[in-house]
Each structure stands twice: as C-alpha cells, then as structure tokens.
Design a binder for this molecule. Sequence first.
Ligand code: FPP
Length: 224
Amino acid sequence: MNHLNHVAIIMDGNGRWGIKYKKSRNAGHRAGLDTVEKIIKHSIKKKIKYLTLFAFSTENWKRPKSEINYLFKLLEFFISEKIDELNKENIKIKIIGSKNLNKKIFKLLNYAEKKTENNNKIQVNLALNYGSRNEIITSIKKIIKNKIRVNEKNFEKFLFTKNIPDPDILIRTGNKNRLSNFLLWQLSYSEIFFEKKLWPDFNEKDFEIIIKKFKRIKRNFGSI
Ligand code: FPP
C-alpha cells in the first residue's frame, strides 16, 4: 500500500457554488474556506505531512477587483483569526508564491510563517500569487546567475517548494480536467484525481475515497 505524505489541491468551483446557492461568487469563496478547515483537520487525522492548497494564482489578478479584494480579506481573516488555533494544533504554515503583495498582507504572511516555523504535525503550503511557469523561469535565472550546473537537484533548490517532497496526489475539484499552471514540475509523478464536486461541497468522505484509491495504485515511477 502506498504511503501518503503530500496532498496538493486545486480548490476549484467556489464561484459556481456561490452563484448557484447564494447568487454571489464571493459567498462561494467564504464557503470554500470552511472546506479548507475541514480538509486540514482530516489531513491531520490521516497523518498526512504536507498539504498544498492553491489559494490564488498569478492569473487570478485578471478577476474583478471586488472578487480579488474579497479573497485577500478572507486570507487576512484566516491568518489573523485562526493563527493561534493553527499554532496550537502544531500546524506549520508556509507560503509558496510571490509575496510581492500589499504591505499589510506581506507582514501578516511573514508573521504566520515565523510563528509556526517550528511546528511539525503538518505543513500547510498556501500557494498564493503562485504560477508554475514563472517559478520555473525564476529558478533557471538563479542557476545562471549563480553559475552552477544545470541539473534537477540544483534546479529544485530555487523552487518555492525547496525541501518539500513532491505531491503524491493532486486533487482538482470543480469538474475541470486541467492543471492551470500549478506545480508543473513537482507533479511529474503524482496521481491525479479530478473530482466533479465543487470545492465547497467537497468533504471528508470524498477525500477518504480518493485516499483509499491512491493507497491501492501501483506506482512505477517509470519502472515496471
Ligand atoms: C477557485 O474557484 C478558487 C479560488 C481562486 C480561490 C480559493 C480560495 C478559497 C478556497 C478560500 C480562501 C482560502 C484560504 C486559504 C484563505 P473559482 O472561483 O475559480 O470557481 P469557479 O470555477 O466556479 O469560478
């Protein structure tokens, strides 16, 4: 049976859920945050050591300003209101993505990382202002600047995910079968699960079904 160490999730479908049930995309994001909390708790229960959540992509800046503002308000709420609880639960928060954000958010993210840096029950990586192609190009530029050999090991040293093992599983909710510029390098050998449910409807049972399926997969990593 496979050991499950790292789960990555594209939390898609908030907007559609919000429109369907509350006539507001932002209401879908709010409901999505409840699912985030549920899935973190369940990951701890399952002894998963890394959970990477795609919270905001570099492409999401194309959305209406009101939606962008709401998403960052939610992030602010999540960090400032929940940080003590997360810390008590021994959860380490790590941001992957460019922190080139407004000063208040930048400070808050650094505060959350610093406060939880020695925790070790689970590491929750929040992918924020994250784009995989940009991450790859940035790493290559750094290799050139540092005049070091181009190989996989050196390349990975300059990724946001440095020292984080590759995801075993990628889950994408929301009935869309694509990667959307998420962890393109890191997902090379991950098992991918596309889930029809919208993110706010995704629950522990759905997660459990995926975990069970994953455990039984024969993973070859290119071998036979
Ligand atoms: C994609 O759904 C979801 C996002 C761009 C944001 C994800 C944010 C959350 C789950 C809540 C906040 C989380 C944290 C950690 C603070 P979509 O809006 O693209 O859905 P759609 O495809 O139905 O439009």
